[in-house]
Design a protein around this ligand. Structure first.
Ligand code: ARG
Length: 459
C-alpha cells in the first residue's frame, strides 16, 4: 500500500512504479532528508502540534535509520518512489502509528526543495575547496616562473612576450571569480522552503524561524508557490559549474597544445598521460582531453534543466523530478575534474628553454620597437608603420629584429641608438610592462602575494 494510497482503488502498475520512481538517484539525499525531518519533528513538538514523546520517538528512530543507511543496512523500495517516502515508510514500519505523524504540516514538495538546498550548500563548500587547492597549486608553480619567458598569443599567433607565471595567474583570477559565483548562488540557496506545504502553506502553526535556525538557513522563503516551484538556484549553480568547466577546458586545450611536439612547452608527468595501444612512441594528454570533453556534459546538464523548467506552470510539476540527475552529474563531474587537474598541474614539467625560444621567434618584440621610436618623439602611428616595414624586410632576410645592426637601424631612423637592443630584449619587453595587471616580474609577484593572502586568510 502506498503512503498516498487512500484515494486509489488499484495499486500502481509495475512499469509505472519504475517510471515514476526516483529512488535510484535521489537516495543520495538521505542525510539531508533525515536532518530536515529531525528539525521539522522537533518543531512540531515545540509548537505542541504533536506530543513531545511522539516527537522524541520519531527523532530516535530517524537517527537509527540514518546510521543504518550509513552502515549499508537499508534497502530502498522502488515502489516507495523516492527517498522521502522510503524513509517515511521505514519509519512507520519501525515505530508504527507514531511514525505517521512526521509528515504533519509538510508536503514532499517543500521537503524535496529543502533537501536539494541542503545538499547543494554542502557541495558548494566542497567545490570551493577543490578550487582553492587548484589556485594554490597554480600560485606555487607561478612563483617558480616569474622569470620564465614565453610567448603570449592572440589569435593563436605570437603577440608579445609574457611570463609563464603571468599566464598561470590569469587562471587564478578566473577561478577566483568562479568561487564568487558559487558564493553568490549560495546566498539564494540559503533560504528555507519548508513550511510552504504542497503550494499554499499550511494551517498548522509551524515555526519556520525555529526550523531555519536548526538547519542553518539564513533566510525563509516568502511565497509558498514560488518556494516549491523554484529551481532557479539549481540552474544558477549549473551555470556556475559550466563556467568552471569552461575555464578548465580552455586550460586543458592550452596544455594539449603545449605538450604537442610542435610546441614542447610542457611535459605531462607519466602518471597523468597515457600510451597508445598501437603506436609505441605515444604519450597522450588524455586527462586534459577528458576534462575538455566532460565540459560538454556539464553544459548539457544546464541546458537540460533550463529546458525542463521553461514552460512549467506554477507550482510543483513532476517534471521537476528531472532536476536531480543533471545537478548530481554536474557536481560529480566538477568534483572529479578539479582534483585530477590540480595534480596534473602540480606535476607538470616546464620546458623553459622551449618557451624562451618560442617567445624569441615571431617578432614578439615589434610593439616594443615601435614604443621605443615613439618615446624618441615619433607619433605611434608612424612608429607602427616604420616597424611594420622593418619586420617585412627581416622576414625576407630570415632574421629577427634583434639581429639587425645599429647601422641598419640608423638608415631607417637616425633617432635609433645603441640602447635599442636593450629595449627590444625579451626580458625588457616583459619587465617594462610593470603596470598593474602586467607581466613584469615585480608586478606578477605582487599579484601572487595578494592572491595568496586571499587564499590563506579567507578560505
Ligand atoms: N520525487 C519528487 C521530486 O523529486 C518529490 C516531490 C514529489 N511531489 C509530488 N507531488 N509528486 O520532485
Amino acid at each position: 500500500m502506498k503512503l498516498w494510497g487512500g484515494r486509489f482503488q488499484k495499486s500502481a502498475d509495475k512499469l509505472t512504479d519504475d517510471f515514476n520512481s526516483s529512488i535510484h538517484f535521489d537516495q543520495r539525499l538521505y542525510k539531508q532528508d533525515i536532518l530536515g525531518s529531525l528539525a521539522h519533528v522537533k518543531m512540531l513538538a515545540v509548537q505542541q502540534i504533536i506530543p513531545l514523546e511522539d516527537s522524541l520517538l520519531i527523532q530516535k528512530s530517524l537517527k537509527e535509520i540514518l546510521s543504518d543507511i550509513e552502515d549499508g543496512k537499508v534497502e530502498f523500495d522502488v515502489a516507495a518512489e523516492d527517498i522521502h517516502m522510503n524513509i517515511e515508510q521505514i519509519l512507520i514500519s519501525r515505530i508504527g502509528e507514531v511514525g505517521k505523524k512526521l509528515h504533519t504540516g509538510r508536503s514532499r514538495n517543500d521537503q524535496v526543495a529543502l533537501d536539494i538546498r541542503m545538499y547543494l550548500k554542502e557541495e558548494i563548500y566542497n567545490i570551493k575547496n577543490h578550487i582553492t587547492n587548484l589556485q594554490k597549486a597554480l600560485l606555487n608553480t607561478a612563483k617558480e616562473h616569474t622569470r620564465t619567458i614565453m610567448p603570449g598569443y592572440t589569435h593563436l599567433q605570437k603577440a608579445q612576450p609574457i611570463s609563464f607565471a603571468h599566464h598561470l595567474t590569469a587562471y587564478v583570477e578566473m577561478f577566483k571569480r568562479d568561487k564568487e559565483r558559487l558564493e553568490d548562488a549560495y546566498k539564494r540557496i540559503n533560504a528555507l522552503p519548508l513550511g510552504s506545504g504542497a503550494l499554499a502553506g499550511t494551517t498548522y502553526p509551524l515555526d519556520r524561524e525555529f526550523v531555519a535556525k536548526e538547519l542553518d538557513f539564513a533566510e525563509i522563503s516568502l511565497n509558498s508557490l514560488d518556494a516549491v516551484s523554484d529551481r532557479d538556484f539549481c540552474i544558477e549553480l549549473l551555470s556556475a559549474l559550466s563556467i568552471i568547466m569552461m575555464h578548465l577546458s580552455r586550460f586543458s586545450e592550452e596544455i594539449i597544445i603545449w605538450c604537442s611536439h610542435e610546441f614542447q612547452f610542457v611535459e605531462l608527468d607519466d602518471a597523468f598521460s597515457t600510451g597508445s595501444s598501437i603506436m609505441p612512441q605515444k604519450k597522450n594528454p588524455d586527462i586534459a582531453e577528458l576534462v575538455r570533453g566532460k565540459t560538454g556534459r556539464v553544459y548539457g546538464s544546464l541546458m537540460a534543466l533550463l529546458t525542463t523548467m521553461k514552460s512549467l506552470p506554477l507550482a510543483y510539476n513532476k517534471d521537476m523530478q528531472e532536476d536531480k540527475e543533471p545537478v548530481f552529474d554536474a557536481i560529480d563531474t566538477v568534483k572529479m575534474c578539479l582534483p585530477v587537474f590540480t595534480d596534473m598541474i602540480r606535476t607538470l614539467k616546464i620546458n623553459k628553454a622551449k618557451m624562451y625560444q618560442g617567445a624569441k621567434g615571431g617578432f614578439t618584440n615589434a610593439t616594443d620597437l615601435a614604443d621605443y621610436l615613439t618615446k624618441k618623439g615619433i607619433a605611434f602611428r608612424d612608429s607602427h608603420e616604420i616597424v611594420g616595414k622593418i619586420v617585412f624586410s627581416c622576414i625576407q632576410r630570415g632574421i629577427g629584429l634583434e639581429d639587425m645592426t645599429l647601422e641598419e637601424y640608423k638608415t631607417l631612423s637616425p633617432l635609433i641608438e645603441e640602447d635599442v637592443f636593450k629595449a627590444i630584449s625579451l626580458e625588457e619587453c616583459v619587465n617594462k610592462r610593470n603596470i598593474i595587471g602586467g607581466p613584469a616580474e615585480e608586478t606578477v609577484k605582487k599579484a601572487i602575494e595578494i592572491n595568496e593572502k586571499l587564499l590563506y586568510t579567507n578560505h
